[in-house]
Every structure is written in C-alpha cells, then in structure tokens.
Design a protein around this ligand. Structure first.
Ligand SMILES: O=C(CO)COP(=O)(O)O
Length: 258
C-alpha cells in the first residue's frame, strides 16, 4: 500500500520568529516541488500563531510538541487541546523521549494523552506517538520488548477506526541529538516489528499508519533511511532548524513516491 511520505520538524525549545519566516519562505519557494510529501512543523507552542499566518499550501501542517490530557483548569504552564487547535495545530507529538526522561511522562500519562487527543471531537487531530529504546536496552537485546511495551500501553484504548489518526515515530534514545543515526537496517528492523505488531492487533488498518524514523537524521543520511520499505518519513530535530537541510530531507522523502 502506498502511504504518503511524511516529514515532521520538531523544533524542541529552539527557533524564533526570524527562523519561522526563513523556513516558511524556503518551504513556500519549493512548495511546488514538494507535492506528494506531507510536511508538519512543530515549533514551540508560542510560535504557532506566527506559523499560522505563514500557512501557504495544502501540504504544510502545524503540530504541537505536547499537550495536557485535561481540557482546562489549574495546570500552570500547560496547553490544552482546544488552545492548540485554535492556533492551527493538526498534529500532537506524544511521548517524546525528552518528555518521558526529563518531565516524567510515564507510560500511563502517555496513554492518557493519546486517549485525550483521539477523544477530542471538535477537530480531528493526529497523534504522533514517539517511542524508542535506550542504548543499554539495545545492548541487552531488549529493544523489541521495550517497543512492544510502549506500543501496548500507549495504544491500549485505541480502536482500529481511531488508528487512522495515529502516526508512530521510532526514535531510539541513543540516536537523538547524538549524531549516531540508526543504520537503515536497524531502523527498518524495528519498523517492520512495529508494523507487524499493529497488523496482529488491528489487521488491515495497520497498513495505513505512517511509521517515521527520528534520531540524528541529516540530509545525507535521509535517502538511505527513506528507501526502506517501512520507513515512511522522518521526525527531524536539529536539521529542521536549517532550512536547506530540512528541504533536502523532505525531497528525500518525496523520492519514496518515484
Ligand atoms: O528527537 C528528535 C526529533 O523528535 C530527533 O532529534 P535530532 O534530529 O536532533 O537527533
């Protein structure tokens, strides 16, 4: 089955208004070249309105880097789904390893956020569920156990119909921001495992889920990664802060269609 390639920029706590204009302009200029690739930009939430005023062609979308599972209330510093969608977000990253490691997002909390996004009726948002193993888990041969555990917990309440609103990003923790990209074979092996797990559980609906790889993807490593059968695109950190590099990665994803 042909899945539309997808490239997501995760700016993390980086970027500013100037970079918003720069990357938006670069995307606008090459927009015509980027048909057949969906591009999503996840800036810090306060930059969403600036991005919203830059939205220019159908295949560039906005996303949030996280969301609170509650609708409103006394949650100082947090953002609600309502607010994020009002500022243009159509995707929400959930369970990023930095949230899990630095901000205490447990598997239970990740599941609560996934459930909240999928239950949000006012606008259909897409969950980008992030998961991946630590280096010591890989070294101990526990990669698949770890991935399976994260999948089972995060998707515990997700139905086959809801799966149409889920994207999965495999981001090995040891590859994030380290310059150590997983080899295409290592990444494909985990993606095939994820696809197979989804198939066992959801049957035909599994074939539509985009599986992204993230972790030190650069313009030169992207083509070989995106050539793999089950790698439908990437979740890009550092390189998404450099317009030329990010566009090159988007073009590498586009090549999946040719
Ligand atoms: O965490 C990532 C994207 O969510 C990956 O970050 P880097 O591309 O900087 O390694």
């Amino acid at each position: 089955m042909q899945r539309q390639p997808l490239v997501i920029a995760n700016w993390k706590m980086n970027g500013n208004r100037h970079l918003t204009s720069q990357l938006a302009e670069a995307l606008r200029e090459s927009g015509a070249l980027l048909n057949d690739v969906s591009v999503v930009v996840c800036p810090p939430a306060v930059l969403l309105p600036a991005w919203q005023s830059e939205v220019f062609y159908d295949d560039v979308h906005l996303g949030a880097q996280d969301v609170n599972e509650h609708h409103a209330g006394a949650h100082t510093g947090e953002h609600s789904l309502q607010l994020l969608t009002e500022t243009g977000a159509e995707y929400v990253l959930i369970g990023h390893s930095e949230r899990r490691q630095l901000y205490g997002d447990s598997d239970d909390r990740v599941r609560a956020k996934v459930d909240a996004v999928l239950a949000f009726q006012e606008q259909k948002l897409k969950v980008v569920l992030c998961l991946g193993e630590h280096e010591h888990e890989r070294d101990n041969g526990e990669t698949f156990t770890r991935i399976e555990g994260q999948l089972a917990k995060a998707l515990a309440n997700v139905s086959a119909a809801q799966l149409a609103h889920v994207v999965i990003a495999y981001e090995p923790v040891w590859a994030i921001g380290t310059g150590k990209t997983a080899s295409p074979q290592q990444a494909q092996e985990v993606h095939a495992f994820i696809r197979n797990w989804l198939q066992q559980r959801y049957d035909a609906a599994a074939a539509t889920v985009p599986l992204l790889y993230g972790g030190s993807v650069k313009a030169d490593s992207a083509p070989a990664l995106f050539a793999e059968t089950d790698i439908d695109g990437g979740l890009i950190g550092g390189a998404s802060l450099e317009p030329e590099a990010f566009l090159a990665i988007c073009r590498a994803a586009q090549a999946r269609r040719s």
